[in-house]
Write a protein that binds this ligand. Structure first.
Ligand code: URA
Length: 275
């Protein structure tokens, strides 16, 4: 800074620095010269010489980041491959339990595959394990399950019946308990479908009971159980009867009348299929 001047006054280094700091504090941010520059009067710029074009190197292709849809498709195709490879119910249970494509598995205590007699003519498709089912690893063993046993008992059928004619076989759309018993998400149902289809193929029941809205959503892509109940339809290539879920009947005992009429319809259908 030696030799600096400000408005004709000689400044030593410390004084010049202090002056510069003071100017910056006052808001000066662009240094200008003592005399203004008339830029219109400057000589024309020298044209830049023609430079050889810069060779642009091709950047290596970056693989696309997998989207949520890719991930879903991947999990679905894994589920399909595993389910298709299962040659028995025991094998299906094994591969389905090992399958990690459903997040619910992380929060559940037990895998809940099925209960009852796998040779039964009637397969009941419920929704998902609740608290008691999650503890025991068996479907329909809580309050709703006890009512389900009473309902089928009333038409002479039971899960522990050795005779396939009188037996029921029970499984759910989901094999892992959703937290707080929330409804299964559409993605969870979709990913479970290959296992459900294979389960039904292997158990080979004559008829399916679709127990409640979630079963109807999975099997028929429809909800509205109070409209659908009691009306025979086809699901997974077999006769299927939507019924109100026993948990609904516990909350709405008046609906038991209609459930009774659905049970009679089931009984009559089994009778007619036997002849
Ligand atoms: N509700 C269901 O749908 N399934 C069960 O296993 C228990 C309750």
């Amino acid at each position: 800074m030696d030799g600096a001047t400000y408005q004709g006054i000689a400044l030593d280094g410390d004084a010049a620095l202090a002056l510069l700091e003071w100017q910056m504090e006052m808001g000066a941010d662009v240094p200008v010269m003592d005399e203004p520059v008339d830029r219109f009067d400057l000589p024309a710029r020298v044209a830049a010489p023609d430079l050889p074009p810069i060779a642009v190197q091709a950047t290596p292709a970056i693989p696309p980041i997998p989207t949520e849809a890719d991930d879903r498709a991947e999990r679905l195709s894994q589920a399909e491959a595993l389910a298709a490879g299962a040659g028995s119910l025991a094998e299906l249970a094994e591969v389905q339990e090992r399958f990690d494509g459903i997040e619910l598995k992380k929060g559940a205590r037990n895998f809940c595959f099925a209960d009852g007699n796998p040779k039964a003519r009637v397969l009941i498709l419920g929704e998902a394990p609740g608290d008691e089912e999650d503890r025991q690893g068996r479907p329909f063993v809580g309050r709703a399950g006890r009512l389900l046993d009473q309902m089928f008992g009333a038409i002479g059928m039971a899960r522990d019946a050795a005779d396939a004619e009188k037996a029921i076989y029970i499984t759910n759309v989901l094999t892992w308990r959703p937290p707080g018993n929330r409804d299964p998400h559409a993605d969870e149902i979709q990913t479970s479908l290959p296992f459900i289809r294979r389960h039904i193929q292997l158990a080979d029941p004559d008829v399916i009971v679709l127990m409640g809205n979630i079963a109807c959503q999975a099997a028929l892509e429809k909800r509205g159980i109070l409209r659908l109940r009691g009306q025979w339809t086809q699901a997974f290539g077999r006769p299927a009867l939507p019924m109100t879920h026993p948990a609904y009947l516990l909350r709405n005992p008046a609906a038991k009348r209609e459930a009774w009429s659905d049970l009679l319809s089931l009984s009559a259908r089994l009778e007619s299929l036997s002849v």
